[in-house]
Design a protein around this ligand. Structure first.
Ligand SMILES: NC(=O)c1ccc[n+]([C@@H]2O[C@H](COP(=O)([O-])OP(=O)(O)OC[C@H]3O[C@@H](n4cnc5c(N)ncnc54)[C@H](O)[C@@H]3O)[C@@H](O)[C@H]2O)c1
Ligand SMILES: [Zn+2]
Ligand SMILES: [Zn+2]
Length: 360
């Protein structure tokens, strides 16, 4: 049997998304059916709609979600019917060469549901293997992580992508620690989460860089100690000016553009770390002075999903939220209905929101 549910689909590159009735199969072995309660609108959903990820249209969008397990397939032991879960898009396999070497957060063989959700008989490509702008979705059991149900779904779901990516870019990939100086380029949901993560980890200088003064104001609320509007000021000089001329220990790029990557590269101190968490378009290329790559030492890293381990990190972050130590409510700019996702993309493009969250 399958379930007919309402969902947000991107049928054609660059065209507005539409609400469709899709078919979601009953869970097979290793799969779970999730009644979605909330799903945030992430810039990656817009990248999909624009054809900037791949051209496997139609896409079932949405991937930053929390919900309730409604059915489990045979042999599922990790979660049970009724569990409150946050969905993740990197279910680790436990067996690939990276998992076997004790680095499951880099897992090279993450997996999704085996069965396909469909629209008029056509297979849908779920965004990041999730597809949660839908009343129900089908995922692999390892993509559902049980967390404390005391957290409201519109907040909990954010852990499933942007907040985890940003926090993890600072805390896991960048390894920000007490007394570090940090710069974050791009202060959307991901960049602000990186700022919150740097703050939580004890950074003493946190410079927020964006083109939009409204975003910079929000960045201060998450813990930025300095802000730079890079449409007016050179961010590299501004960052040097507040770090005794040295640059920062960790420079985090949360936009996905060559120009901001170069700024991050040039704004770091000797032996500093650049973390790329923004997702570049496939055509983007990067030119860097090689002598500086060598001469500055340090590390140029990319952050897949904040190098997180959902089973370890999601419950911990929800607990920090419930203890009042991580302000996740501040990321929720508005709650919206399923049919307001297209408008939410425009609000995101106009810089009006950090996160619009669909509530079901
Ligand atoms: N690596 C991962 O695992 C991961 C996970 C989620 C999202 N992402 C990516 O992170 C990026 C940010 O996502 P988001 O949801 O926060 O997007 P967003 O649109 O909410 O935020 C982007 C911010 O960058 C700013 N910006 C744009 N151009 C800029 C420039 N030239 N200089 C400075 N600031 C600039 C915008 O004003 C905006 O505030 C996207 O590329 C998204 O795909 C990556
Ligand atoms: Zn996302
Ligand atoms: Zn693996």
């Amino acid at each position: 049997m399958s379930h007919s549910v309402r969902a947000v689909v991107a049928r054609t590159q660059g065209e507005p998304v539409t609400i469709e009735t899709i078919e979601v199969p009953d869970p097979g072995p290793g799969e779970v059916l999730v009644a979605v309660k909330a799903c945030g609108v992430c810039h990656t959903d817009l990248h999909y709609r624009e054809g900037a990820i791949n051209d496997e249209f139609p896409f079932l969008l949405g991937h930053e979600a929390a919900g309730i397990i409604e059915e489990v397939g045979s042999d599922v032991t990790e979660v049970a019917v009724g569990d409150f879960v946050v969905l993740n898009w990197r279910a680790v396999c436990g067996q690939c060469r990276s998992c076997r070497r004790g680095r499951p957060w880099y897992c090279f063989a993450t997996h999704n549901a085996t069965q396909k959700m469909t629209l008029d008989g056509v297979e849908l490509s779920p965004a990041l293997g999730i597809g949660a702008f839908a009343e129900k979705t089908l995922v692999a059991a390892g993509q559902a992580t049980k967390v404390d149900p005391a957290a409201p779904p519109e907040v909990a779901g954010l852990i499933g992508c942007g907040v985890m990516a940003g926090l993890g870019a600072a805390m896991n990939t960048g390894n920000v620690g007490r007394g570090d100086s940090v710069a974050v380029f791009g202060c959307g949901g991901v960049g602000d989460a990186a700022i919150a993560g740097a703050h939580l980890a004890g950074a003493h200088t946190i410079v927020a860089v964006d083109l939009d003064d409204r975003k910079l104001e929000m960045a201060r609320e998450f813990g930025a100690t300095h802000t730079v509007n890079s449409s007016i000021e050179d961010p590299v000089e501004a960052i040097r000016a507040v770090t005794d001329g040295n640059g920062v220990d960790v420079a985090i790029e949360a936009v996905g553009l060559p120009v901001t990557y170069q700024q991050a590269f040039n704004a770091r101190d000797l032996a500093g770390t650049v973390v790329l968490v923004g997702v570049p378009n496939p055509e983007a290329t990067l030119e860097l002075p090689m002598i500086e790559v060598f001469g500055r030492g340090g590390a140029l890293k990319s952050s897949w999903y904040g190098d997180c381990l959902p089973s370890r990190d999601f419950p911990m972050l929800i607990d920090l939220y419930l203890q009042g130590r991580l302000d996740l409510d501040r990321f929720v700019s508005e709650t919206i209905a399923l049919d307001e996702v297209e408008e939410a993309f425009h609000k995101m493009e106009r810089g009006e929101v950090l996160r619009s969250v669909v509530v079901l």
